[in-house]
Design a binder for this molecule. Structure first.
Ligand SMILES: [Zn+2]
Length: 483
């Protein structure tokens, strides 16, 4: 590293170190204020998250009337997310993910981690820059056609930006000469950026050229064991969508260019979905249209039910691969007889950024975003009265409430924002809060000044408004689940 850069790094590191090691300075003084841009620590207090300081550049302008926002608004989630300053378009199919989106995505990643590790998954991270040699060995270098982003390094060697990592992970496992049947099933997964040269990127984060995906790969001793692993991953996916409160159907699917024998898609029914599904009205059967013959109108499972067509957004995909890749790359283990045997594989994808956008797509109203509660960027927004209004003195109560919530309810630490834009009316700020979709909005006004203080609470997911005492409020918010 060049000396100047090294110096800069050292200085940056010392600064970072200081902030991490000495968090008390935030509490006891205002000297470090600049280091926490979204919060303004008043002396002697914990920092409060202020709406006026959050970096959301579009700042809730009406996108339809705003020519400064580039990109064609092709669906609700894209329009709402751009309008709320959650994403910002860069080039076709590529977006800036702004801070609120990152909060939401990090929560989603934690839920995914819990579910994947719950079935024995171990997280790793593989290079995005994949050598063409691997892809040529599996013959997918040619098979993938124009979807693959290809590039050359300075020595003229071919690479691609990985859209999926069957080749890479199988090679990795093949390198371990001592893998024993006792270590199987082995489930390895990563959550990383993926690249696909989409001919027509559209629908915001739903069909981009650069996106986040969770991809897991399983290695088993036998076909039977591989099917059990396959089943446990499908169950984990179902649990994940249940926890998010998203209705998801598991449909039989085509195996496409991944290869293999058994495959399912996890689809969120939605009008803008690009996949056509056939769902039985009588039993649990559902399939992607691509896998069915075009004249089939009766259910192949129960035989009596009629198949109804609906559209879906594909958010997950599972494949049983058999020995397709393990055979090519020689991923073997030593079996109970101490003989080398080829592993049985499966691969399992989840579109992380796609789940975010799809959730916004199916849960939101036309006017505002509604999140699955677990992954909302912030859980609570507190609105103090307008500056100079008759109930101005409630402002202090609002600030105290934000402090108290963070102290009394540990799961809400860092989840409560104060809309300090008190030059705006409560009505205007309520409208903004509705657009952003905080699960709970608390209005601190006249009621808070009464002898028995009352707070107006708007539960945005249900559309309900309730008036609660301080204890009632703590009780309600105490039940909020965060991750
Ligand atoms: Zn049926």
């Amino acid at each position: 590293m060049e000396p100047v850069m090294l110096q800069l790094w050292q200085r940056a590191f010392r600064r970072l170190h200081r902030t991490l090691i000495l968090p008390k300075r935030f509490d006891s003084g205002c000297a470090e204020q600049a280091a926490v841009p979204a919060s303004a620590p008043s002396c002697g207090r914990k920092p409060v998250l202020l709406v006026s300081r959050l970096y959301q550049p579009s700042n809730l302008r009406d996108v339809a009337q705003d020519s400064r926002l580039p990109g064609e608004m092709s669906c609700k989630s894209q329009r709402l997310m751009q309008q709320a300053g959650l994403i910002h378009p860069s080039s076709p199919g590529c977006y800036y993910y702004l801070p609120a989106t990152i909060r939401s995505m990090e929560k989603l990643v934690r839920v995914i981690d819990q579910e994947m590790q719950g079935i024995g998954g171990q997280k790793l991270d593989m290079p995005s820059l994949c050598s063409a040699d691997l892809w040529k060995t599996s013959e997918r270098w040619d098979l993938m056609g124009k979807e693959l982003f290809r590039l050359k390094d300075r020595h003229g060697a071919d690479y691609c930006l990985g859209p999926t990592h069957e080749e890479a992970v199988t090679t990795l496992v093949a390198h371990q000469a001592t893998l024993s049947y006792r270590q199987l099933p082995l489930l390895l997964y990563q959550i990383t950026r993926k690249f696909r040269d989409e001919p027509k990127p559209k629908f915001g984060l739903l069909r981009g050229r650069e996106f986040y995906m969770k991809d897991m790969y399983s290695f088993d001793v036998s076909e039977e064991a591989a099917h059990q692993t396959y089943e446990s991953v499908c169950q984990a996916y179902t649990r994940l969508f249940t926890r998010l409160g998203l209705r998801c159907v598991q449909v039989q699917a085509d195996t496409g260019n991944i290869g293999g024998k058994l495959s399912h898609e996890f689809q969120l029914p939605a009008d803008i979905g690009e996949d056509r599904l056939l769902v039985c009205g009588s039993c649990s059967f559902s399939a992607n249209v691509e896998t069915m013959s075009s004249d089939q109108s009766n259910c192949p499972q129960c035989e009596t039910g009629k198949l109804v067509e609906s559209k879906g957004i594909e958010v997950g995909h599972t494949f049983y691969l058999g020995k397709k890749y393990s055979h090519i790359f020689k991923a073997t283990f030593s079996n109970a007889q101490n003989k080398p045997a080829v592993a049985e594989m499966g691969c399992y994808g989840l579109g992380v950024t796609r789940i975010l956008a799809a959730a916004v797509e199916v849960m939101s109203t036309e006017e505002g975003i509604r999140w699955p509660g677990l992954i909302a960027p912030y859980q609570v927004c507190v609105l103090p009265p307008k500056k100079g209004s008759k109930v101005d003195e409630a402002t202090l109560l609002a600030e105290e409430l934000v402090q108290a919530l963070g102290e009394t309810l540990p799961q809400l630490r860092g989840e409560v924002v104060l809309d300090d834009r008190t030059q705006m009316t409560i009505g205007k700020r309520l409208k903004d809060a509705s657009k952003l979709g905080y699960p709970y909005v608390i209005v601190v006004g006249q009621g808070a000044l009464e002898e028995t203080p009352r707070f107006e609470v708007i539960c945005q997911q249900t559309g309900e408004t309730v008036f609660l005492s301080r204890d009632g409020l703590l009780d309600l918010l105490g039940r909020v689940e965060t991750v």
